[in-house]
Ligand binder design. Structure first.
Ligand code: ZN
Ligand code: ZN
Ligand code: ZN
Length: 591
């Protein structure tokens, strides 16, 4: 006898009805469809049915036995919701629904009169009203006043304590304000939409970006003030980190926070799932903070005409690098004096070159009569750099050092400027035959007009950084590496694409590579957990008639307790459960 599942009915309710029509206990029925043969189902598992049934049952067995379709399985449980919002390795360890699902029955007696089924939404903590009959759900049996745990239910519409009909009790008479009713109607509608939604899934970062965009009142530039006034229910910093992908630990956005935001911002879940966030908004999320800080900085070279004038530094990249133990980002250059800067971890301006520090040493000292080793000691710089410093300051007319002064050759200078404006590298210019020696080249290289031409050229490069064709190439390489399980990092992607690491960074594709690297970490982790799972099953099979000690299992297999504790705690529970049942069986057959 096949029974159809009712619209909005939970899978749990369906199984209860189904087993009852055969006169068997629901656990006996479920035993025939379970996924793990070694794992005996118990009442505690009943609450997992509606969460993610595929982690507990063999879906094809369910469909064959009951006639339910896969689609039925998905939309009578939270599977679709989890698939839409969950990024973690195992759907069943998803945390987006933490503290959202009830373990006790809330019900509407009126509804039970017309349909012998428990809708899935009655399990949702925030839903406390029947929006059809317009009154609050009952939370205990109206006859014996006991609360009813789902795991004790063996018959729909019957109290497991007193066996009386729940459809016969009085409805909850508590008053409901108009606002509360509106909220309940919205929640019920939206939850049902999500439960039935089978479209694309969102990554944690995408979910966070969309929420922020909605909180930003859909303006294309991130505005912290607007977002603050709309008050996100969870921690805003966490949401921002999630959106930027800068969270240390992988954490997802809790669904109840998402829904609270959508309700407040009058956005239906359908709209949320279909929204397209403008790239401009996403970019503004990433660089605005540091970009604005950078704009407030000024050139620190005391000889420069832009010294102390904020907002004149030219950004040259947002690279993140380490330099003598310091984390540097957001590179800038002064296009008047050519000094290069970056922001350190505390977002303070630091010199990337060495002119300012050399200036402090050169200012009150005559170094003409010193030997090279003596100069190197004073400056803390190699000989080549000291020659550059001298050429630079000669040019700036700040400190003229007779020994390295060369007349500027007007023709050569023009040629030099033209060459760098066209993108010729300094290395190539360096080997022009016309140079009589290295110092003469340096004297021209640090001419203020050459410095400016170099900066102009590199900032032009920055503005054409957004190259969708290039981005596509990088992305397809990443996909290929992911498929072939070759480690994804910038050098490898550069090699495989036939480009350079610097170009990947300059064209702002390093984040893209980062996204794929993270995906790879997840895929590899899943693989490792799967292998452990197989080893565990094999170990149990090989010791079918012996008592099992978990310590021994860890010792002889690659199963790693700490690793599982961190990434798959559900598997630890499962091992424990398997061990208990296994040992019980062994004990029973021995005695
Ligand atoms: Zn009702
Ligand atoms: Zn009762
Ligand atoms: Zn300057």
């Amino acid at each position: 006898m096949k029974r159809r599942i009712e619209r909005n009915e939970s899978l749990f309710s369906y199984f209860i009805n189904y087993s009852q029509s055969f006169g068997t206990d629901v656990l006996v029925l479920l035993e025939t469809m379970k996924l793990n043969e070694k794992f005996r189902l118990h009442s505690g598992d009943l609450k997992r049915i509606d969460f993610y049934p595929m982690s507990l049952f063999n879906a094809s067995k369910i469909t064959t036995i009951t006639g339910l379709s896969y689609d039925d399985l998905y939309r009578s449980s939270f599977s679709n919701v989890i698939k839409t919002f969950n990024e973690s390795t195992k759907a069943e360890s998803s945390r987006i629904l933490n503290k959202t699902i009830r373990e006790k029955l809330f019900y509407c007696p009126e509804c039970l009169k017309s349909s012998k089924s428990y809708p899935l939404v009655w399990k949702i903590e925030t839903i406390d009203t029947c929006t059809i009959h317009k009154h609050k759900l009952n939370n205990c049996c109206g006859h014996c006043k006991e609360t009813i745990a789902y795991q004790n239910i063996r018959e729909v519409n019957s109290c497991p304590h007193c066996n009386k009909k729940l459809s016969e009790v009085n409805t909850n008479k508590e008053n409901i304000s108009k606002e509360a009713m509106e909220h309940q109607v919205w929640l019920t509608k939206n939850w049902n939409y999500l439960i039935n939604y089978t479209g694309e899934s969102l990554s944690n970062s995408e979910t966070a970006i969309r929420l922020l965009y909605i909180l930003n009142e859909r303006q294309s530039c991130f505005n912290r003030k607007i977002i603050m006034t709309n008050r996100y229910q969870g921690r805003l910093e966490h949401l921002l980190q999630c959106a930027r992908g800068t969270l240390q630990k992988r954490r997802s956005v809790h669904l109840s926070n998402s829904l609270a935001t959508l309700y407040k911002m009058k956005t239906h879940a359908k709209d949320f799932l279909e929204i397209t966030v403008p790239q401009e908004f996403i970019d503004s999320l990433h660089e605005k903070g540091i970009g604005q800080l950078a704009k407030m900085k000024a050139c620190e070279a005391s000889w420069c005409e832009k010294y102390g004038k904020a907002g004149e530094l030219v950004p040259t990249g947002v690279l993140n690098t380490m330099k003598s133990g310091e984390h540097l980002s957001f590179y800038m250059v002064c296009n008047s004096c050519g000094c290069e800067y970056a922001l350190n971890e505390e977002k303070k301006l630091v010199e990337r070159g060495y002119f300012i520090s050399a200036y402090k040493k050169l200012k009150n000292r005559d170094i003409t009569s010193l030997t090279w080793p003596e100069k190197e000691k004073i400056f803390g710089l190699k000989r080549d750099r000291i020659r550059r410093v001298l050429a630079y300051f000669n040019n700036q007319n700040v400190i003229v050092n007779e020994s390295s002064t060369w007349e500027i050759d007007a023709v050569l200078l023009e040629r030099f400027i033209r060459a760098v404006s066209e993108g010729l590298s300094l290395k190539e210019v360096r080997y022009w035959r016309e140079w009589q020696n290295y110092d003469q080249f340096l004297m021209h290289r640090y001419n203020p007009r050459v410095i400016r031409a170099l900066i102009d050229f590199s900032s032009k490069q920055i503005t054409i950084a957004d190259d969708p064709f290039y981005k596509k190439r990088i992305e397809s390489t990443c996909k290929k590496l992911l498929k072939e399980d070759i480690t994804i990092n910038i050098p490898n992607v550069a090699l495989a694409t036939g480009t350079s690491a610097t170009t990947i960074r300059n064209k702002q594709c390093s984040e893209l590579v980062g996204i794929y690297r993270e995906r790879q970490v997840i895929v590899r982790r899943e693989g490792r957990i799967k292998i452990m799972e197989q080893e565990i099953a094999a170990y149990f099979a090989a010791h079918s008639d012996q008592r099992i000690y978990i310590q021994k299992l860890y010792a002889v297999t690659s199963v790693d307790y700490l690793y599982l504790k961190r990434y798959a705690p559900w598997l630890l529970d499962k091992i424990e459960q398997m061990k208990l049942e296994h040992n019980e069986e062994v004990f029973a057959s021995a005695s």
